[in-house]
Design a protein around this ligand. Structure first.
Ligand SMILES: Nc1ncnc2c1ncn2[C@@H]1O[C@H](COP(=O)(O)OP(=O)(O)OP(=O)(O)O)[C@@H](O)[C@H]1O
Ligand SMILES: [Mg+2]
Length: 464
């Protein structure tokens, strides 16, 4: 799972859990508060009634007040007995519900379930049942027992309020978690953006641009520090790589001169009449070996130099058609030796930016391979064409072909498919590695198609 997704889920679940804890707390707190206020309500009404007792007339004045009767008491279950337990007042609700009453002359507060007998009632009821809170209280004024009062109220009002609160809380939880989800997505996106930039930059790094460094946006944060560490690592890698290339170039260079001296010397000896003919034959074989060694060293030098020095600046405008004609003219001797036909198809001259020597080497290597790996009387065709952005050079032969298993590896250094055959022909497996490197330096593309015993076609695309 991506860090981004993980962070968003962490934010989301943490806030969801916090919200749930908060909501449950609010719900229970509110419920407790409402229940207390219901009891307080009942006590207030009880006190109102008791205080309205007029000893002179021996009546409760509230009961003759129309406002109390219609408004204040309409929601209450209310029965008042006098001191001889005779009912002297009851509210409308008393006839509509049946509930378990407390025994008379006994102060109590309790919850009971009422059965609804008659509709309408001033509250909703489920299954014709409703929960009631009841207070039974003796009415005592100046130490005289005046009567007994029962007051009750349905829990319905509280249930309604709690239902509404629950709805608000649920809506709130959904809304807030959604907002947190979206916000956390954008925030993590924002804070991880520099990491994406870093990954993109690092992906573009290879041995050819080891000199480049990753951009540090904020050196203080963790990503900045990571970038710095990576940059130091890159520097060390570059140093090691440079040293290796330098060593290869130096070694090749040091070997080149003595080999040239040796070859010139032995070629001179071939004209020496004092040396017997059999020995001269051996000399010729040795000279061939030295030539092969020189070629290998030249190729190694070419590879290391090209990689070591980024010589993009040395590009010039050149006519690719002319260059190919040159290469073909110089390779035709080899083709003629094997009685092969070497043809060049082109329309007109095409100008590109490039390094003449390197491009010559590129096409020479490809045509050299075509000649080498095509039997006698075979056909080699070089075709030059162009599309909107590329010049396409195709070198097609009717040679031995390359097995499809080997195709992905033929551009590696020292890789040879037909090891013995290639070696006999003086090949070291560096030709195509050089071809690939030069194509890369020119921002070009290379592709191969090949079928065993039918032939191969190498396609080089260079940008115009
Ligand atoms: N046109 C081709 N037809 C068949 N096989 C090929 C062709 N071109 C290359 N190959 C195979 O790919 C291998 C690698 O080619 P590459 O040019 O790199 O090396 P080489 O020709 O053996 O040696 P070098 O080019 O260094 O003299 C060759 O050994 C050969 O087996
Ligand atoms: Mg080759």
């Amino acid at each position: 799972m991506k860090i981004r997704t993980r962070l968003v889920f962490w934010y989301f679940f943490t806030s969801l859990i916090l919200l749930l804890i908060f909501s449950v707390g609010t719900y229970w707190g509110m419920r407790h508060l409402l229940l207390t206020s219901l009891d307080e309500d009942l006590i207030r009404v009880k006190n109102d009634i008791i205080n309205s007792y007029n000893p002179e007339t021996n009546t409760f004045e509230v009961f003759s007040h129309p406002y109390y009767l219609e408004e204040e008491f309409s929601n209450f279950y209310l029965i008042l007995y006098n001191s001889s337990n005779k009912e002297i007042f009851k509210s409308n609700l008393v006839d509509k519900v049946s509930l378990h009453l407390p025994s008379l002359n006994y102060d109590t507060t309790y919850t009971t379930t009422a059965k609804i007998l008659k509709q309408p009632i001033p509250f909703k009821s489920e299954n014709n049942q409703a929960e009631f809170r009841l207070i039974g209280s003796t009415v005592i004024k100046n130490d005289n027992l005046i009567g007994y009062l029962i007051i009750g109220e349905s829990f319905e009002r509280i249930h309604e309020s709690m239902d509404k609160l629950l709805q608000v809380l649920l809506f709130g939880i959904c809304f807030i978690t959604l907002v947190i989800f979206v916000l956390s997505y954008f925030l993590t996106e924002r804070s991880l953006k520099p990491l994406d930039v870093l990954i993109d930059q690092a992906k573009k790094l290879g041995h050819e641009n080891l000199g480049e460094r990753l951009k540090i946006v904020n050196p203080e944060d963790e990503i900045g520090k990571l970038t710095e560490v990576l940059n130091n690592l890159l520097k060390r890698l570059q140093d090691a790589f440079d040293k290796q290339q330098e060593f290869m170039a130096d070694a090749a260079h040091e070997l080149k001169t003595p080999l040239t001296v040796l070859r010139t010397h032995w070629e001179g000896e071939l004209n020496n009449k004092e040396i017997p003919e059999e020995f001269k034959l051996k000399l010729v074989q040795d000279i061939e070996t030295i030539t092969r060694l020189s070629k290998l060293i030249n190729n190694l030098l070419l590879l290391t130099n090209s990689e070591y020095m980024q010589f993009r600046g040395e590009f010039e405008k050149l006519d690719l058609t002319e260059l190919l004609k040159d290469v073909i003219a110089n390779s035709s001797v080899l083709a003629e030796l094997k009685n092969q036909s070497l043809k060049f198809n082109y329309d007109s001259s095409i100008l590109i930016d490039g390094d003449k020597t390197k491009l010559y080497q590129l096409f020479f290597n490809l045509i050299d391979n075509a000649v080498k790996y095509t039997p006698e009387n075979g056909k080699i065709t070089v075709t030059l064409s162009r599309d909107q952005s590329y010049v396409i050079t195709e070198i097609r032969d009717t040679g031995i072909g390359i097995p499809s298993n080997d195709l992905p590896f033929i551009f590696r250094r020292f890789y040879r498919v037909h090891k013995d055959r290639s070696k006999k022909m003086g090949g070291n497996g560096l030709g195509l590695a050089i071809v690939k490197l030069i194509t890369q330096i020119h921002n070009g593309k290379i592709s191969v198609e090949s079928k065993i015993d039918e032939g191969s076609a190498f396609k080089i695309m260079l940008p115009i």
